[in-house]
Design a protein around this ligand. Structure first.
Ligand code: GLA
Length: 730
């Protein structure tokens, strides 16, 4: 609910459990007043205190009032060069060469439903689902307008923000920085939580206190990256899963980003998040506009678990798009770890046949089916079937798979090219490359200049020919290197600072075309696993390959970190063979199944090599997943332990709406002889319901299970795992 107090110029955004307030002050600065637990009917501006602070300048309008300085005021969108020395949200290069920006309130308006951003991903909401407030700030000297969009999704405690700049002057301006989010706190006794890692180990949670100075994470790789995720949290020092104030900030963007927190001299904190300023410079002609990507904040006064559940529900309902918000997605088998590049049509059909027999519903043909692709040094860019491997083409292969009762999916890496390809030989100028410099290779490949429409059109024509040649239900859209040598032949020297962002817009453009032309094709995002796992991609690709690391034990950390923002249905997770291809570890098939089942579930192994006993187990896993599909995907997600803290087990739980069912998942760490008897306290159940344990018949009350706990069975072996399905009875 948006509440306007026009007389006092106070804007209040209420969600079910939170309140966000801002106010225009006496000098027309838009102050940030409050963000936290819901408070009704309030003017909280008394919380903001001013006092003279040396070396913190006073704006001209303040005259002799030395108590007022932008350097200490909490603001909605921080400026630079005019008295606030903390993290700026905006930096402009004005015609005279100055780098100042000074923004004052001009007005506001309301819009029905959730605002939309042209060419960029965003949460969506109809009139009865979301509200929009647009607050207008202006820099009258620079003649630039800043439209600040706020989207309020009351039921989800979710507030989105976006920024649109308009050059209202007659001269060209250069935008050097335009953050999407500025969130000021009048305190610094806070922790910063970030999600970090590398290829094969993405989104591992890191937590530490906000310290004096600036702490930041980000990416200058042209992708949101394996190294840092564009989702961060700020919380009370003692906040945990069930208690304490926490704030999530998610940037819906898939390229260079920065999330920085500054703890300033008077122990205030500021979080600024948006496109990374490295090599970013956008030319804004008169009447030109620039839109910064969207951010989505969830505040939870009741700990991380509640924040995550709100994100999960909001992402499913309002970020993913029809038809894959709620439609059941097929269990798949992917041939990558089974065959790598070494396959032919018979081999693929054999895998599909085994899979169909086990209840698997979709066969995904991974890398190696096109051009001269027999290893990773050639073929990218030539999206025509390799007839040596698949003599009958897709026209013959796809019907064979479909005759088995399965759907067919295909791997593509549209943004890339190998030098050894017909595409590169014909268009060597279509790549990102700095004139006079040989471009760096990554995985032996170069990056196509997706900022150029002609390049995108050519790739899209090839994709359409592939999709038109057979009944294809699924695309795995991969991207296997970081961007370097970022220079486009399509732009003049003075606009090269736009290339990184235009590249991302180009990727979004092609994905949007695919979505419009083939709405029923399910697109899986992938970037060497989880190198582009962000809210921007999720708008186009409702599921993303979580990591190239398929080891169940490593995946516990990866999926745990990912779950803080992103729902289970977005995390593609596969059971693979042992010893694991990435780290050589042996884990039981049950453990691999239970871990992968809390995701968009599939297999990635040569099922023909499985023993009859293994096949029996796989068939049962697939049945279990299908049986509990709604509970796993629609249920509330509870983290019961952290794989980073307790090495003896990792546990998580899904609870159905109405609390009638729950699925408890436990993966044991290192087992020991004569281990202690332990109990696991469950969450989210109804204390007065009686729950029966499936297959055992024991019953426990919800109160008992949540307060005293469920007795963990003593199981033997390496990394054993078990699932407990609870159903309310009586
Ligand atoms: C990336 C993906 C893998 C696989 C290979 C194929 O690494 O993450 O799943 O598709 O590319 O080359």
């Amino acid at each position: 609910m948006i509440v306007l107090d026009q007389e006092n110029k106070i804007f209040t955004l209420h969600t079910q459990n939170t309140t966000y307030q801002m106010k225009v002050d006496q000098y027309h600065v838009l102050e940030h007043i409050y963000y936290g637990a819901r408070i009704d009917n309030c003017d909280l501006s008394g919380l903001i205190k001013c006092g003279e602070r040396s070396f913190s300048p006073n704006p001209d309008e303040a005259g002799r009032n030395r108590d007022y300085s932008l350097d200490v005021m909490p603001q909605e969108y921080s400026t630079c060069g005019v008295g606030d020395f903390r993290l700026p949200s905006i930096e402009l290069e004005l015609p005279g060469g100055s780098h100042t920006a000074d923004l004052r309130y001009e007005g506001f308006h309301l819009e029905k439903g959730k605002y939309k951003l042209e060419g960029l991903p965003g949460f969506h909401g109809m009139e009865n689902e979301a509200e929009t407030l647009v607050v207008l700030l202006k820099d009258s000297a620079a003649r630039i307008a800043v439209e600040m969009y706020y989207g309020v999704f009351e039921d989800f405690d979710l507030i989105t923000r976006a920024i649109r700049l308009v050059n209202e002057g007659t001269e060209t301006i250069r935008v050097c920085r335009c953050a999407s989010l500025c969130l000021d706190f009048t305190r610094s006794d806070l922790d910063l939580i970030t999600f970090n890692g590398h290829h094969l180990m993405e989104r591992c949670l890191d937590r530490g206190p906000v310290r004096p100075g600036i702490q930041s994470v980000g990416s200058v790789r042209g992708i949101s990256s394996h190294q840092h995720n564009p989702f961060v949290m700020i919380c009370d020092h003692d906040a945990d899963e069930d208690r304490g104030m926490c704030y999530g900030a998610m940037l819906l963007y898939s390229g260079n980003f920065e999330a920085a927190v500054e703890c300033s001299q008077y122990e205030n904190s500021r979080l600024v998040m948006g496109i990374h300023p490295y090599h970013f410079c956008w030319t804004l002609e008169p009447a030109g506009t620039f839109t910064a990507p969207e951010t989505a904040m969830v505040c939870s006064p009741d700990g991380f678990g509640q924040m995550s559940r709100q994100y999960h529900k909001a992402i499913r309902k309002h970020l993913l798009r029809d038809p894959y918000q709620y439609e059941r997605k097929p269990v798949l088998v992917n041939n990558w770890e089974a065959t790598y590049f070494d396959f032919d049509a018979d081999k693929l059909v054999d895998i599909a046949r085994e899979a169909a027999d086990l209840g698997i519903e979709l066969f995904v043909m991974d890398d190696g089916w096109f051009g001269s692709r027999n290893d990773d040094n050639s073929g990218l860019g030539d999206w025509q079937v390799n007839r040596e491997k698949l003599p009958g083409g897709l026209e013959a292969l796809v019907p064979c798979v479909k005759d088995l009762g399965m759907k067919f999916g295909i791997w593509m890496e549209p943004e890339m090219v190998n030098e050894d390809s017909d595409l590169y030989r014909a268009h060597p100028d279509w790549i990102l490359r700095v004139p006079g410099r040989a471009p760096s290779r990554g995985r032996g490949q170069l990056v196509l200049d997706f900022s150029r429409k002609d390049v995108r059109d050519h790739i899209y024509d090839q994709m359409k020919a592939v999709l038109g040649s057979a009944d294809i239900s699924y695309i795995k859209w991969d991207m296997n290197r970081s961007l370097t040598d970022v220079w486009s032949a399509g732009l003049p020297a003075g606009r090269q600072g736009e290339v990184y962002h235009r590249y991302v817009l180009g990727v979004y453009d092609l994905l949007e075309r695919l979505h419009c032309d083939y709405p029923y094709i399910l697109i899986e995002g992938c970037c060497g696993g989880g190198g582009r796992f962000d809210g921007g991609m999720l708008y186009y690709t409702p599921q993303i390959w979580c990591s190239d690391d398929t080891d169940a034990i490593d995946r516990l950390r990866i999926q745990y970190g990912t779950s803080f923002c992103y729902p289970v249905c977005t995390m593609e997770a596969h059971v693979s063979a042992v010893p694991n291809e990435q780290n050589g570890r042996f884990t039981p098939l049950e453990t691999r199944g239970i871990t992968a089942m809390s995701g968009a579930f599939g297999y990635e192994m040569d099922l023909g090599k499985c023993t009859e006993e293994e096949k029996r187990k796989i068939r049962r896993q697939v049945e279990t997943y299908k049986k509990h599909y709604n509970l796993i995907h629609d249920g509330d997600y509870y983290r019961l332990s952290s794989p980073l803290q307790d090495s003896s087990y990792t546990a998580w739980e899904q609870v159905s709406a109405g609390q009638k069912e729950a699925l408890v998942n436990v993966v044991m760490g290192c087992t020991h002889s004569a281990p202690p008897f332990r109990t696991l306290r469950l969450k989210g159940l109804n204390p007065s319901f009686q729950y029966q344990v499936d297959g055992i018949g024991e019953t426990y009350s919800g109160g008992e299970l949540m307060k005293a706990g469920y007795p963990l069975p003593q199981i033997r072996g390496d990394y054993p795992a078990f699932q407990v399905y609870l159903k309310a009875v009586g």
